[in-house]
Ligand binder design. Structure first.
Ligand SMILES: [Zn+2]
Length: 100
């Protein structure tokens, strides 16, 4: 009787262990490494962030696409918004909003 119990339980135990191990590996692969954006402090997968060395101590900061986009538009609003109205009018005519 004990023999049959062993025969039955050993494959089941091995199968369970394999299931648990493969599940863990799958979860690790699914979860990408998250990093916090230095500007908006939201978490993003590292492959969606741009890493830049900043300052004398070469600290690496991460920036997300949204923040880079905002900076880009802020910069253009500042440099072009003062004198050149032609581009603004063109944007209004084509229906593209610069901040979206
Ligand atoms: Zn951000």
């Amino acid at each position: 009787m004990l023999f049959y119990i062993f025969i039955f339980f050993i494959p089941v135990a091995v199968w369970l262990i394999l299931q648990i191990v493969s599940k863990r590996n799958g979860e690790e692969q699914k979860q990408p490494l998250l990093e916090v954006c230095s500007l908006c402090h939201e978490e993003f997968p590292t492959d969606e962030l741009l890493e830049k060395e900043v300052g004398e101590y070469s600290r690496v900061y991460c920036f997300c696409g949204n923040c880079i986009d905002k900076l880009y538009h802020e910069y253009h609003a500042k440099t072009e918004g003062e004198g050149v109205l032609g581009d603004r009018e063109k944007e209004a005519e084509s229906g593209e909003h610069p901040l979206t």
